[in-house]
Design a protein. Structure first.
Length: 567
């Protein structure tokens, strides 16, 4: 009896302590709100110059939330539609065209197959001058989007310039659907492939539909590509895992400071493909819900993960309504995969002397076990079972890409060539590449390389130490050699420049689907995945954790791989 009285007393004490803490938090919130409201009022009333109360409030809100993490954000009423398109829905009223600013001018960059812009003959390379008689000059991306979007069935008029001629295009807006699954199909080896770009509304159903269609063709295995997927809705991730895993299996747990935010998510229905060999592709851009799918399937030993270490976003956000139709999206919890690990890479609670967020060190990673006993680690994302080195683009390629120098050539190529080879096999010839490099002759694609920056820093240090005369000749010699090397970079980096140029060209003929298919020719991760799915012995060895596959992403291995990918 004494034992029960003690337990009851302990519970009452704990409840009283929690209640007191809650009241103290409420008091602090109320106190500081009073201080802030008074300060805000006095400044706006008494400041020497005219103030903008709305701008001041937005600045203060953004500054407050910025100290927390990048995912906790305020969404005013004017930004609700963009927020829904980014985080919730894949549909909006528009014309189905992407635009890009080049040297202050607005151009059509891509059109989506079958939508109003495509049907009315709007083409990549068209310069948009006016939208419904509104000059586009001086407007930003948000303003352009607001002009192009509108209710389905409403009209929009574009004034465009094409090859010097002024053309008017009248379009009727339609419901634009940006699918979560941008591509699905069978490879030549008889393997199903699904590319999932986001986890917004209906993403699980889209994957299920793709899986169902592909399964009718009796694939040898399935590849789920999450390499470019930044995440989305957690529940959609759980549903996608459920397509490959049996009923009532733990997929993910979210834990927050508030006990009410601690929730477990389990599979709730029978799987569609419980036995099919499965490979998931991930990379540095795979985040959030992508990591839940990859991490859970890895922990459950259901799929082999191929690629590079994922981004490492182990945080969960929830949206709350605010007055005047505004919202706030708040990080309410961390999520944990079935093994119990959290893959969050950045420690937003701690920053260095310069205010930069610190990463959790690989050397401090904790070990967890998958269902069959393979070792996995927390912190810094999901590490793949099979690592494929990611080749970074060279500085010259990045410069050509960011300065939109592929754009003009691709448009000219389309004018001169009415048709090209099928997307899956399309490649440009050496003569085409030579024409492209010739087109760059009078264009600026210059950049400052890391080596040049180091040489500049070395020169400054030599000047500070009065040693410039000693090393000046050597520095000038190195500089000349660097310039010589830069002149040949269009030849040195031809393969990667050529690939990106082909992607731009193929989109002019075969749209987004064609870009995906054409890129398969150079896809190292996809090649590795197909090779695995053709080798049942290796697949089983990895999933059973035999030999070198007993440990996945040990701190030493992860550090070494990061060093390789950063070279």
């Amino acid at each position: 009896m004494k034992k029960y009285k003690f337990a009851a007393g302990f519970i009452l004490l704990a409840f009283a302590s929690l209640t007191w803490s809650f009241r103290e938090d409420l008091f602090q919130v109320s106190k500081n709100l009073d201080i802030f409201a008074s300060l805000y009022k006095e400044v706006n009333i008494n400041y020497v110059d005219e103030t903008n109360p709305a701008d001041m409030m937005r600045t203060s809100i953004d500054a407050m939330l910025e100290r927390l993490d990048p995912y906790t954000e305020y969404i005013p009423e004017s930004e609700i539609e963009d927020y829904k398109l980014k985080y919730v829905s894949t549909q909006y009223g528009g014309i189905g065209a992407a635009t890009v600013f080049i040297e202050g001018k607005l151009f059509v960059n891509e059109v989506s197959e079958g939508y109003p812009a495509d049907k009315q003959g709007v083409m990549p390379g068209d310069q948009v001058v006016k939208i419904n008689n509104n000059e586009v000059k001086g407007k930003d991306r948000t303003q352009i989007s607001q002009l192009l979007r509108g209710p389905r069935g409403s009209e929009v008029e574009l004034l465009i310039i094409r090859e010097g001629a002024v053309i008017t295009k009248k379009l009727v807006r339609d419901e634009i659907k940006q699918p979560n699954v941008s591509y699905s199909g069978m490879t030549e080896e008889g393997i199903g492939y699904i590319r999932l770009d986001k986890f917004l509304e209906n993403s699980a159903q889209e994957v299920k539909d793709a899986v169902t269609v592909l399964n009718k063709q009796q694939p040898k295995g399935m590849i789920l590509d999450l390499r470019y997927n930044g995440g989305g809705i957690l529940q959609e991730a759980v549903k996608i895992v459920n397509l490959f895993v049996g009923k009532d299996v733990l997929v993910v747990t979210q834990k927050g400071r508030n006990p009410q935010k601690t929730v477990t998510y389990k599979t709730f229905s029978e799987p569609v493909l419980p036995q099919i060999p499965l490979v998931v592709l991930i990379g540095g851009s795979s985040a959030s819900a992508s990591e839940i799918v990859a991490g859970s399937l890895q922990d459950l030993d259901r799929a082999i993960i191929v690629g590079q270490r994922s981004y490492g976003k182990g945080l969960v956000q929830q949206t709350f309504n605010l007055p005047y139709n505004s919202l706030v999206k708040v990080t309410v919890a961390k999520y944990f995969t079935p093994s119990g690990r959290c893959i969050q890479a950045l420690d937003y609670a701690h920053k260095d002397a310069n205010g930069k967020t610190l990463k959790f060190a690989d050397s401090l990673a904790n070990k967890f076990s998958t269902k069959v006993g393979r070792s996995v680690y927390d912190g810094n994302g999901v590490y793949p079972d099979v690592f494929v080195e990611n080749n970074k683009l060279s500085p010259v390629t990045v410069s050509i890409l960011t300065k939109n120098l592929f754009f003009d050539y691709a448009n000219e190529y389309k004018k001169k060539n009415k048709s090209i080879a099928p997307a899956a096999s399309f490649k440009i010839s050496d003569a085409d590449y030579d024409q492209f490099t010739a087109s760059l002759a009078n264009k600026d694609y210059s950049y400052i390389s890391r080596t040049e920056r180091l040489l500049s820093d070395l020169r400054e240090e030599a000047e500070k130490e009065n040693k410039l005369n000693v090393v000046k000749a050597d520095l000038e010699d190195l500089k000349d050699k660097m310039l010589g090397a830069k002149k040949t970079e269009l030849i040195t980096h031809k393969p990667e420049i050529k690939r990106l140029l082909e992607t731009q060209i193929v989109s002019r003929y075969y749209y987004e689907r064609g870009k995906v298919m054409q890129a398969f020719q150079y896809d190292k991760e996809l090649t590795a995945a197909k090779s695995l799915l053709s080798n049942n012995t290796k697949m089983l060895a990895i999933l059973k954790g035999e030999g070198e596959y007993k440990t996945i992403g040990s701190p030493a291995k992860a550090i070494a791989a990061a060093a390789v990918s950063n070279d």
